[in-house]
Design a protein around this ligand. Structure first.
Ligand code: HXC
Length: 276
């Protein structure tokens, strides 16, 4: 299915598409022939990103925390031509002890992750339903949307809400031609996320080592999965959350996975002791 024209005729909006993983996905979509629309808070960043993509790219500066701004932005996009795919990538997050969070800190993260994602998804959905057009939504969540995670509480709460939105609307709108899926990425360090989530570089090394694959994800790997997820040829997938984390969350979950600390030599020594 990965032909060069795979996404030809697909008009795709990527929120937070001006940098990081959003830009990596947008580039992959464009390389497979999609027509792109990038949304973000900073016009200049969007312009720089658009200049690096093939074909004509629409840019719309908008803070998705502002419901009225989202409606105006979607009107502007639809005036050009309707979208086929929405990629909910815009997010906000930082690591902090939960007891230190002010209400503004909680709102700053939930405003983008939960409210903003809901505003734009409902806005696109309403337009698709009114026009009787098929629609396709891909949301970037996280593995800890299911498990929870300390030190990133508002993000965990917000992403769990996005998973609930994905599964709820997949059923409610599926019969009317709209499908919703999500990717739950593990560690894909980007400039924006790294400085907010691992202020000390040594922590990144701990994260890398605890991954069963002993490495971070490459944004291109996430982009490849995103291409598959949004492609019309993948049209039977609905309400699914696909994990892409090198096995990281399973490593944390399996009770005896701590035995990874033992070397082959340790096992041989233990076997000899047992035999003796
Ligand atoms: C403690 C902090 C803080 C920090 C902000 N706050 N950063 N508290 N530690 N590092 C507090 C502030 O003190 C303030 O509260 C409140 O949060 C709002 O902060 P502002 O800077 O005024 O907010 P704003 O400018 O709106 O910024 C929003 C943001 C910011 C979320 C805080 O980080 C941002 O814009 N992020 C966007 C990009 C991003 O986060 N990318 C990483 C996504 S990674 P007070 O009470 O002092 O006023 C991700 C994880 C999943 O989502 C990844 C899966 C791949």
């Amino acid at each position: 299915m990965f032909q060069p024209n795979l996404l030809e005729g697909q008009r795709i909006l990527v929120t937070g598409g001006g940098s990081g993983l959003g830009f990596a996905m947008a580039s992959a979509f464009a390389n497979f022939g999609a027509s792109l629309c990038l949304m973000g808070r900073r016009q200049q960043k969007l312009e720089e990103a658009a200049a690096q993509l093939p074909g004509s790219v629409q840019i719309v500066s908008c803070d998705i925390r502002d419901a009225e701004a989202v409606e105006k932005a979607l009107d502007q996009i639809w005036q050009d031509s309707p979208l086929d795919v929405l990629v909910n990538n815009a997010a906000g997050n930082f690591a902090a002890p939960s007891e230190s969070l002010s209400h503004r800190a909680v709102d700053a993260v939930l405003g983008t992750v939960l409210h903003g994602t809901a505003y734009i998804t409902l806005g696109c959905g309403r337009r698709w339903l009114a026009q009787g057009r098929p629609g396709n939504v891909l949301s970037i969540v996280t593995t800890y949307a299911s498990t929870g995670s300390g030190w990133v509480l508002p993000s965990a709460m917000g992403k769990a809400g996005v998973v609930a939105m994905t599964r709820s609307l997949a059923v409610e709108w599926g019969g009317r031609g709209i499908r919703l899926n999500a990717i739950a990425p593990g560690p894909f360090p980007t400039e924006g996320a790294t400085e907010r989530l691992a202020p000390d570089p040594r922590l990144l090394e701990v994260m890398r080592k605890q991954n069963p694959l002993q490495r971070f994800g490459d944004p291109a790997e996430l982009a490849n999965l995103a291409v598959f997820m949004v492609a019309p040829q993948n049209s039977y997938m609905n309400g699914e959350v696909v994990t892409l984390d090198g096995g990281e969350w399973l490593q944390g979950a399996g009770e005896f996975n701590f035995l990874r600390a033992l070397s082959l030599e340790d096992w041989q020594k233990a076997a000899s002791a047992r035999k003796a």
